[in-house]
Design a binder for this molecule. Structure first.
Ligand code: NIG
Ligand code: FE
Length: 417
């Protein structure tokens, strides 16, 4: 089956020579082709270029479906490298508590927050979790996401963590988009271990990780390494244990303080360190020349009214930056990557081009999939979206309230919602 997209006003994020990610000044570079065509064969991108190079042989092919993209832009799908989209219920009551003045940490200390989600997850069946999570997956697919990482971490005991990871495996098997699973048993310390967190860390290491590995339920291992959650020492123990089973770290770090989480992530060659509200010169120096993608989560910063990560400083220091949604019920109840792009521009002073790299190629790298996703390149998977009629690439993060994703193509197939 072949698909021809023709008369594309601008084909965005095109690569003749694919790179794994873009960093520093390179982040402001996005190659585009104006008045372009793109050909998809089965699930991959076969060819693209300016309309005048479209060869007759493609037009004669009778298995060719043509889509006219006049006045429309074509983008590679967003890659969302940080979500917690499997959960039992929203937490809008805590939202109101915060409006009234309680902090995220105060709510967590009272047994709300992540522990509240764990209690609700315990009471919810695997089937129900799967159904509600798939609704969220379809919601983000419609909004242009073509690859997603999903974390466990609302189980917080062996049985419930495995339950969550089995739900994620089912999503992997049935969702049309690429899914990566991240084991986050170390998301919060359950109340019964508050006075002795090391005991809970032992359970993660001795019970959870071996079973997660035996059932091949995760691609990555995560720890919420931060003030009031897991210490650097706990984090290092957990990462080492996970790495023995082939789980690459990808961790939460420096959301609540200068805790050493970034350095711990780099030390264990994490694929990404995420949040990064607290970043100073030492953290930047640690990230420099590492293989770890600094990942910022603008939705959580917006929703919790947090101090903003110094994204400009990181880019000016030559680092790459990725932007993900953090879709979860407590700190970012949205997986809308166009909105995340707008926040990147508005709150973090990123250029539209930087935001494109940060939400496609760099997030693909942060999931270990940038060889196949994250840009328009020959032989990459044909996950892309066609916009409505818009003037140019600045418009998508500018018109932050509009849904500009008109047509979604996943694995070379047009999605009918
Ligand atoms: O990435 N920071 C830790 N974990 C999530 C929040 C999860 C929750 O509040 O339920 C985050 O923001
Ligand atoms: Fe998170």
């Amino acid at each position: 089956m072949k698909l021809l997209l023709e008369n594309i006003k601008e084909l965005v994020q095109v690569e003749d020579q694919p790179v794994p990610f873009r960093a520093g000044k390179e982040m402001a570079k996005v190659n585009t082709i104006k008045d372009a065509f793109l050909i998809i064969r089965d699930e991959v991108i076969e060819e693209f270029g300016p309309m005048e190079e479209l060869k007759d042989k493609y037009i004669d092919d009778d298995l060719l479906i043509e889509i006219d993209c006049t006045n429309r832009l074509v983008y590679p799908s967003f890659c969302d490298s940080h979500t917690h989209l499997v959960y039992a219920a929203p937490r809008e009551k805590e939202y109101v508590d915060r409006i009234k003045g309680l902090s995220y940490e105060e709510i967590a200390r009272k047994g709300g927050g992540i522990l509240n989600s764990a209690k609700l997850l315990h009471e919810t069946s695997e089937d129900e979790l799967y159904e509600s999570a798939m609704d969220r997956v379809w919601e983000i697919v419609k909004m242009g996401t073509g690859a997603v990482e999903i974390k466990s971490g609302y189980g917080l005991n062996t049985e419930d963590e495995l339950k969550m990871l089995r739900v994620i495996r089912r999503i992997k098997q049935t969702a049309p988009i690429c899914v990566r699973a991240n084991f986050l048993g170390a998301h919060a310390i359950p109340l019964e271990y508050k006075s002795n967190p090391a005991e809970y860390v032992d359970i993660i290491i001795n019970e959870m990780i071996p079973q997660v590995a035996a059932e091949e339920l995760a691609d990555f291992i995560d720890v919420f390494c931060d003030q009031g959650f897991f210490s650097v020492e706990d984090t290092e123990r957990i990462l080492m244990a996970g790495m023995k089973y082939g789980l690459r770290p990808k961790i939460h770090a420096n959301e609540l303080g200068l805790t050493g989480g970034i350095q711990a992530g780099v030390k264990y060659n994490a694929l990404s360190v995420d949040h990064l509200e607290f970043v100073g010169d030492e953290e930047i120096a640690a990230l420099k020349d590492s293989e770890t993608m600094p990942t910022v989560l603008p939705g959580a910063a917006f929703f919790l009214n947090m101090k903003l990560s110094p994204v400009r400083e990181m880019i000016e220091a030559g680092l790459p930056v990725a932007l993900a949604s953090d879709f979860n019920p407590g700190s970012s109840p949205s997986g809308n990557m166009s909105l995340i792009s707008a926040m990147g521009c508005i709150n973090f002073k990123m250029l539209p081009e930087e935001v494109i790299n940060a939400t496609t190629l760099n997030t693909a790298y942060a999931m270990g999939i940038s060889e196949s996703y994250g840009s328009i390149a020959r032989d990459k998977i044909a996950n892309l979206f066609i916009t409505g009629e818009i003037p140019g690439i600045e418009y998508l993060p500018y018109a932050y309230g509009s849904n500009l994703v008109e047509t979604v193509i996943i694995n070379g197939e047009i999605q009918n919602f």
